[in-house]
Write a new protein. Structure first.
Length: 82
């Protein structure tokens, strides 16, 4: 559990479930309900190591077709042109 926010120094956090996007070699896994510790002062998000390891296992199991995703989304892509 996070004791102090690395960004603002606050010591108060709340637990929420938020969207988390895992990326590995230009492939993605969206976890819509990832548990996170959220700093109550600045909103910085912290994830516990075991939760991140679980997401990584899900990702590779899906990539190796050992597990099926709950849903597949189509995401539009638009490159930024300055």
């Amino acid at each position: 559990m996070t004791k102090r926010c690395a960004f603002c120094g606050n010591e108060s956090f709340e637990i929420k479930h938020i969207p988390y996007l895992y990326q590995h070699q230009e492939k993605y896994l969206l976890v819509p309900d990832m548990p996170a510790q959220i700093c109550t002062q600045c909103g910085m998000e912290y994830f516990l190591g075991p939760d991140l390891e679980t997401v990584e296992r899900y990702f590779f199991a899906i990539q190796h077709r050992e597990e099926q995703p709950d849903q597949v989304l189509e995401i539009p892509v638009k490159r930024y042109a300055a």
